[in-house]
Design a protein around this ligand. Structure first.
Ligand code: NI
Length: 536
């Protein structure tokens, strides 16, 4: 949709031309917007609320002849859909889905790499909606895989998961409605249905200002004292549509929190206009209740903008390519209690040349992994270990010389593990989180001596035997389940060649990627324990 089309479509009936007076054009536009607005509000329904916004308090010029300029006021645009911006490739697609005999849930959203607050806010909204819905149905959240064709897919892909389900469903769909300069705006539409009929709909736009580090919903575009005024503009648009009788105020009995909830779904358009979707109103074709998207011109919304709103509006008007946060290159942590996770692990490195290539592939997919390092190789390439840690991957201990630990004395076991831990710490400043015994060879004695949990695996690709890239891909993708720990080796070029397809294949099944600690919410079980699989 273009600005020209929108401006040309509807004309405010109460406004005239600029030529009618000698007032400078800019001042007149401001005066017109204020006077026209207050006139409409006063005559139609404003007195019902008892309060007047300060911006509408300007006295009406009693001698002004009717101006002929047709500046549009707030207006309903049926069928308006929030503009989907070509999502910046850097966004991380997320999918959380669950299906049981008595319910289905699918939620898609897109995370902004490096913006922890934005991602946490999104996750909080979606996770609490899903948990609440599932518990209302008497179930407990359990993230599922293999539920959607195409799996995780691209950011904000359409969400077909629950279409064929008769019974209670919850879907969350996202749209990127703005991505300009430091601003990213993501709209979430949450719909609860029973037998395919929507019974509850919640809409919200979340804005991230990456320069200011601010995250806020659509209602925060407006100053607190302007909430009523913006609701009045919304009402003016509904009146102009002819579907809400002039003289009635559909929001008169809505609480301040309720009004904020309505305004949370405010979409800033590229020209600075704002679209607010009203709650259900009678449909134009008499077919029941529909939501009505009301477009409020930027010049009318301007006096109501908060500081955040003005910063957001300026970013939108700049029309510059979106600026991603500086920490873009790091992989992103993920909540494995809400998403089905898999942990890829790579042993026997660092392996100069190959590990760098692996880090590139993982970085492109924003997928974290865990590296079980050998002390001897760490000593010869400490810089590569540091790079691995800085990229957001987890470092683990794979001993110094790769012995069968059960065949060593206590002293030798401790020496293998401690020397390697010190070397990893010297290279990266990080103590390894866990120990992986070479060959998976351990016993109770070794586990007791390790000083950290032993992390084994449940999916062995046997990539070291070079069975062929396709075989490695198939084993990693097909044998994984929720919480799996996959064993591979970055010392083999053919393994590195397989990783992109493994990541894509697991994403298609609906998995997210985590470090081994990530599987356990960030903290592994304590020293002396043996882990083969994450929770789930
Ligand atoms: Ni090994």
């Amino acid at each position: 949709m273009t600005t020209g089309r929108r401006l040309g479509r509807t004309r405010h009936p109460r406004r005239g031309t600029l030529r009618a007076t000698g007032v400078p054009i800019f001042g007149l536009i401001v005066a017109l917007s204020v006077t026209a607005c207050s006139k409409v509000i006063t005559t139609d329904w404003w007195p019902e609320t008892g309060t007047m916004p300060s911006t509408a308090d300007a006295p009406l010029p009693s001698t002004a002849s009717p101006p002929a300029l047709a500046l549009p006021g707030p207006r309903v645009e049926y069928g308006f859909t929030a503009p989907a911006i070509n999502t910046p490739g850097e966004l991380i697609p997320r999918l959380a889905a669950m299906r049981s005999d008595n319910l289905a849930v699918s939620a898609r959203w897109a995370e902004l790499p490096g913006s922890t607050e934005f991602n946490t806010t999104l996750l909080g909204r979606i996770s609490s909606a899903a948990h609440e819905f599932v518990s209302q149905q008497g179930s407990v959240w359990s993230p599922g895989t293999d539920l959607l064709p195409g799996g995780v897919g691209a950011p904000c892909e359409p969400n077909p998961a629950t279409l064929d389900f008769v019974g209670p469903t919850l879907t969350v769909e996202c749209t990127i409605v703005n991505a300009s300069g430091p601003l990213l705006a993501e709209r979430l539409v949450t719909i609860e249905r029973i037998d395919r009929v929507a019974i509850r709909i919640n809409r919200e736009v979340l804005y991230a200002h990456t320069e200011h580090g601010t995250v806020a919903d659509g209602a925060a575009l407006y100053s607190e004292s302007s909430i009523r005024r913006v609701i009045n503009l919304l009402t003016e648009g509904l009146h102009a549509s002819g579907r809400v009788p002039v003289g009635t105020n559909p929001f008169r009995d809505v609480s301040p929190d309720g009004l904020r909830t309505i305004l949370a779904d405010s979409v800033l358009l590229p020209d600075g206009d704002v679209v607010i979707t009203s709650p259900l109103q009678p449909a134009p074709d008499g077919t029941g209740l529909r939501t009505m998207p009301v477009i409020v011109p930027g010049r009318l919304i301007e006096p109501s903008l908060s500081e955040f709103g003005r910063a957001a509006r300026d970013a939108v008007l700049s029309a510059e390519p979106v600026l991603m946060p500086a920490t873009l290159t790091r992989v992103q942590p993920v909540d494995c209690g809400f998403l089905p996770c898999v942990a890829l692990s790579f042993d026997d490195g660092p392996a100069g040349g190959k590990t760098e290539r692996l880090l590139d592939v993982l970085g492109e997919h924003r997928a974290p992994a865990t590296f079980y390092l050998q002390g001897g190789y760490v000593a010869s390439d400490p810089g590569l270990v540091d790079t691995t840690a800085r990229a957001g991957h987890e470092l683990g201990n794979h001993t110094w010389g790769h012995p069968f630990l059960t065949q060593l004395t206590d002293e030798e076991v401790r020496s293998e593990i401690n020397a390697t831990a010190s070397q990893i710490h010297a290279a990266s400043g990080i103590w390894p989180s866990s120990v992986r015994p070479p060959y998976g060879d351990f016993d109770e004695r070794v586990a007791g001596l390790a000083g950290a949990p032993l992390v084994i695996w449940d999916v062995d690709t046997k990539d070291w035997a070079t069975p062929g890239i396709e075989v490695v891909i198939e084993r990693a993708v097909e044998w994984s389940s929720r919480g799996s720990i996959v064993l591979m080796h970055d010392t083999h070029g053919s393994t590195i060649d397989a990783v992109a397809d493994i990541l894509d294949g697991l994403s298609t099944r609906g998995f997210a990627f985590a470090t081994v600690s990530g599987l356990f919410g960030g903290t592994l079980p304590g020293a002396g324990t043996v882990v083969r699989h994450g929770p789930g």
